[in-house]
Every structure is written in structure tokens, then in C-alpha cells.
Design a protein around this ligand. Structure first.
Ligand code: NOJ
Length: 563
């Protein structure tokens, strides 16, 4: 395989900083659910490659691919057995190479998912560590410890897995050589099939630097770094002591998350990326207690972007939104990094369904709620997001207005957290249902061999085919919004917004030559016309007010204006 380091041409950015990623719209592809090229019911790299023209036409700048590596799929590929191989279910390295090349030819960048906190229990290193037994040097690459209690029958500390249950699993030692105390325990912050690496170990550090180079040589434009806040654990792995432990999407201070030691790792990675042409980027999936802590990951010599989960978890409420927008911009400004915005991903209930439900229910919902309301708000929320300075993430299928699938039968579920939490949590399969491409046919065009999770009957009408060319459809709204964003490069640029006076429940923000108005209330709101209408998520109506032209912004809608 040859190297191809040349990257697509940059599109214009403004402000004091440059870099394609500063205002990029990045589309998350969840490979198993995007498009199935070989008809086995599971999406794959060939399927993604076939659909690249669709993504180009949608108007995004880059694609982030969730993991496609060799993996037993205990956590949908976030359990990696070989970081330099593609899982056969997704294809092979030639497919990856071809996909990256084809994307580059279209001017799209490709960000791959890197999973450094843990690997699969089928990774060679872990299997060797198990075989070698207690005290072996190969065990030092993970966190093996003797248990507590008379016979080591208790876990080494009180940490709980984010997926439920203890964060430790006891092993059966080869030939019973664990001695009187029995088998050791190993740490896994996620499923037992995902042992945590010991990042104090030089071999782990070297290995990941080499993996970075492998994918950079293959042409990857960057990495989304999984659990970026988790690699370093507090010395001595201290007990937490409390009973309330962290959930996947929580943000408490924990001895296994957001330790200061992680930053040195990212500095060393950044030096590697900077050796390559074409502005390769690192994106942190870092759940931290505050947006200020998140900003530490994107200091000038570390990563380029971090997901803004504070924004994702904000309710549909003007005041709350304004607070988080201001807070996010203020936190990133001192480090000179762009803010990012995200509403949906493969770990949370799709925003069309979150906004269909009452606020405060979290990010793992089990109810459809009021679907019409949810879609209306989702469309408005997307236009607001795309009007903010910085980079925005779009999760596959949100451009179709897909709701979460909340009624999957338990027997088809695959999310390991569903099983670890005994069906009380872990509803992530609902946002992972393969997306519909056509009105009818096998799995609505996802592939010729059905789909690994059942799609609702109503999904034909939400398909790409059904929405293409239909004025006002959610797909056409996204296409139009992304086109306007390209024509007005000022939209994503900079690090500030100007708030204009607006009635309660309404946000009005100004950027260079542009105004965005968002009505988060459930009633129409009449405003003076801010400018020339560019785009609206709902039907705006113009009238004559006392002081000149007015516009009626419908409930739960956003409009963009050129001024
Ligand atoms: C975050 C990923 O987004 C999620 O899907 C995964 O289960 C955990 N990290 C563990 O890798």
C-alpha cells in the first residue's frame, strides 16, 4: 500500500487561526449501520465508499468513522483485538485504503477512531498476559492486582464499570498457579472484554505511537480518541468510597478519569501528527467535570478539538442554551481552540427523540415522546448549532430526522451495557439502527441481506430517497444549511457571538453579516424582520408591525438571516 499524504484543498477560514478543522462539519459514520456493501446485514467499508458521493453532496467536510478494527465486537468494535487490521465483517486494509483515497478525491477528510484506554480480551498482549500468570512482566501492560479478602475473593478496589457491575474481573490462572490466593483481578472500566491498558508502561506508549503512524501513513486525516480522559489512573488506584459512581455520560471527579497525566500523552502524539503534512487532527472524547477541564485537552500543543458534551446535554431552553454557548466559547478562547457542537452520536438517544420528551431525563430514553415536537425542535436545534462559531458534528441519520428506536426487543439488543445493567440502562442500540436509503426494498436500501437491528416499518418514508428533492424535508434542510454555511464562511469562524435583544425564550445571535433567531417556546413569536431570510426550519410568516416589517417565528423553530 502506498502512502498518500496529500490532503484535500482547504476551504477558507477566517480569524487569527487557520486550519480546516476549525469550522469543519464532521459527519459520524457508524460503519455497521451506514451501508452494507456485501449483503451480510452488517454495514462495511465498501458500503461507505459507495455512499461517499451522498456525503459530498450533503456538504460536509470530513467523515469520522467509528471503529472498524479486528474485534470480537463485544462493544461494537470498541474492543480492539488488532489495531492494524480491519475486522472481516467490515472488509480489509485494501478497503480502508480505497475508502480514504476515494474520500480524498472528493475533497472529504477521514478521521478514524482510536481506542487507547482499553483493548479486547482477545488482543495478543492480553492473551499472553493471561497465559504467563501472576507476576509476569506481560501483565504489567494492564492493571492486574491480587484481590482483597482472605482468599483474594474481593476486587482490589471499589471501582464500578461504566457499563454496570464491578470494574474488575477475576481470572482463572493457568494450572492453578495463582497459589492459595487464587486468581488475580484485572481492571476494565467498561466491559470485562475490554481490559484497560496500563499507560505507565513504556511498551503501551510506544505501541500507540506506532499505531498512530500506521494510520497516518495510510492517509488518515486524524483520530477521534476514545475515552481520552481515562488513560491515566490515580496512583495506587484508590477507592472512591462513595456509593454514587460515574455513569458513561456523567461528569463527576473520579480517580480513573481526567487525571492530569493524560496531557503528556497527547503532547507526544501531537508532535507525531505535526510531522505529517495536511493538518492531521486529534479529537478528544473527554467527559470532564467542566468545560474548563475540557479546554485543557485542546491547548496549543495537545489535541485540536474536544467534543462539547455540555452542549449535547443541554435542554431545549433559550436561557440554558445561551449559558452553555457563552460558557463553551469562553472556555476555549484562552487556549485558542475552536469550540465544537454536537447533538447526537452513537452513545446517546437521538436528539429528535430527546427533544420529544420532557427535559431532565438524561441521554438514554425509552419513550418516543411527542415525535412531531421532537422533530421540530431537532431541526431548529441543528440550525442553531450550525450557526455557531467552531466545528459541528453530525451523526448519521440525523439529517433524515430519524427518531431513536425505543422499542427494540431485548433479544436483538447488542449494547453490552444493557446486559451489565440488567436491562435498566444501556439503550444505545436505539440510535444504532441501520439507516434507510430507499422507500422500500430489503432493509430500505441499507443492503441486500437485511439489517443487524430491525428497522421500524415507518422508515421508508424517512429514507434518503423519500426526502430527496422534497422542499422542507429534513434532508433538504441539512443540505441547504450546509450550502449556506459554505457560502458564508463567517458562520463557523471566530470565537464569539453577539447576542441581540430578544423576547423571553428566543435567542437572537449575530455574526458577521448574519443573524440567527431561535424560538424555543411552544408559541409563535413576532419579531422585527432581522434581514433577508436565508433559511428556516419551520414556516415563517411576514407581516406589518407598528414600526415596520415583522416576522412570525413559529414555535420551536430557527431562521437564518443575511444582514
Ligand atoms: C466511548 C464510545 O463512544 C462508546 O461507544 C464505547 O462503548 C466506550 N467509549 C468504550 O470504548
Amino acid at each position: 500500500m502506498t502512502q498518500h499524504l496529500a490532503a484535500p484543498a482547504h476551504h477558507p477560514t477566517s480569524g487569527t487561526h487557520t486550519g480546516w478543522w476549525r469550522d469543519a462539519v464532521i459527519y459520524q459514520v457508524y460503519p455497521r449501520s451506514f451501508a452494507d456493501g456485501n449483503g451480510d446485514g452488517m454495514g462495511d467499508l465498501a458500503g461507505i465508499r459507495d455512499r461517499l458521493p451522498y456525503l459530498k453532496e450533503l456538504g460536509i467536510d470530513a467523515v469520522w468513522l467509528s471503529p472498524f478494527y479486528a474485534s470480537p465486537q463485544a462493544d461494537a468494535g470498541y474492543d480492539v483485538a488488532d489495531y492494524r487490521a480491519i475486522d472481516p465483517v467490515f472488509g480489509n486494509l485494501h478497503d480502508a485504503d480505497a475508502l480514504i483515497r476515494a474520500a480524498h478525491e472528493l475533497g472529504l477528510r477521514v478521521i478514524v477512531d482510536l481506542v487507547p484506554n482499553h483493548c479486547s480480551d482477545q488482543h495478543d498482549w492480553f492473551r499472553q498476559a493471561l497465559r504467563e500468570g501472576p507476576g509476569s512482566r506481560l501483565r504489567e501492560r494492564f492493571h492486574f492486582r491480587p484481590g482483597k479478602g482472605v482468599n483474594g475473593e474481593l476486587p482490589p478496589n471499589d471501582w464500578e464499570s461504566i457499563f454496570g457491575g464491578p470494574a474488575w474481573t477475576r481470572v482463572e490462572e493457568p494450572d492453578g498457579n495463582g497459589g492459595e490466593a487464587g486468581g488475580e483481578w484485572y481492571l476494565h472500566l467498561f466491559a470485562p472484554e475490554q481490559p484497560d491498558f496500563n499507560w505507565e508502561h513504556p511498551a503501551v506508549q510506544d505501541e500507540f505511537r506506532s499505531i498512530l503512524r500506521f494510520w497516518l501513513d495510510l492517509g488518515a486525516d486524524g483520530f477521534r480518541v476514545d475515552v481520552a480522559h481515562g488513560l491515566v489512573k490515580a496512583p495506587g488506584l484508590p477507592d472512591i468510597g462513595g456509593s454514587e459512581q460515574l455513569k458513561l455520560l456523567g461528569n463527576d471527579v473520579m480517580p480513573f478519569f481526567d487525571q492530569d497525566g493524560v496531557h503528556e500523552i497527547y503532547r507526544s502524539w501531537r508532535r507525531i501528527l505535526d510531522e505529517y503534512e495536511g493538518q492531521r487532527v486529534l479529537v478528544a472524547e473527554a467527559w470532564t467535570p467542566t468545560v474548563e477541564r475540557t479546554a485543557l485537552y485542546v491547548r496549543p500543543d495537545e489535541m485540536h478539538q474536544a467534543f462539547n458534551f455540555q452542549y449535547l446535554t443541554t435542554n431545549w431552553d433559550a436561557q440554558e442554551l445561551r449559558g452553555v454557548i457563552d460558557g463553551s466559547l469562553a472556555a476555549m478562547r484562552p487556549v485558542g481552540a475552536p469550540t465544537t457542537w454536537v447533538l447526537s452520536n452513537h452513545d446517546v438517544t437521538r436528539h429528535a427523540t430527546r427533544f420529544a420528551n420532557p427535559p431532565g431525563l438524561g441521554t438514554q430514553l425509552r419513550d418516543q415522546g411527542d415525535r412531531e415536537l421532537g422533530l421540530r425542535r431537532a431541526r431548529a436545534a441543528t440550525l442553531l448549532m450550525l450557526a455557531l462559531p467552531g466545528s459541528a458534528y453530525v451523526y448519521q441519520g440525523e439529517e433524515l430526522g430519524l427518531p431513536d428506536v425505543t422499542d427494540l426487543p431485548d433479544e436483538v439488543r447488542q449494547d453490552p451495557s444493557f446486559f451489565r445493567a440488567e436491562g435498566q440502562d444501556g439503550f444505545r442500540d436505539g440510535c444504532r439502527v441501520p439507516i434507510p436509503w430507499t422507500r422500500s426494498g430489503s432493509s430500505y436500501g441499507f443492503g441486500s441481506g437485511g439489517s443487524w437491528l430491525p428497522q421500524p416499518d415507518s422508515w421508508g418514508e424517512l429514507s434518503v430517497e423519500a426526502q430527496t428533492g422534497v422542499p422542507g424535508s429534513t434532508l433538504e434542510l441539512y443540505r441547504a444549511a450546509l450550502a449556506v454555511r459554505r457560502e458564508h464562511p463567517g458562520l463557523g469562524a471566530g470565537d464569539a457571538v453577539t447576542w441581540l435583544d430578544a423576547p423571553e425564550g428566543v435567542l437572537a445571535l449575530a455574526r458577521d453579516g448574519f443573524v440567527c433567531t431561535t424560538n424555543t417556546t411552544g408559541a409563535d413569536v413576532e419579531l422585527p424582520v432581522p434581514g433577508a431570510l436565508l433559511l428556516a426550519s419551520g414556516p415563517v410568516a411576514f407581516g406589518e408591525g407598528a414600526g415596520g416589517g415583522t416576522v412570525v417565528l413559529p414555535a420551536d423553530s430557527t431562521a437564518w438571516w443575511a444582514v
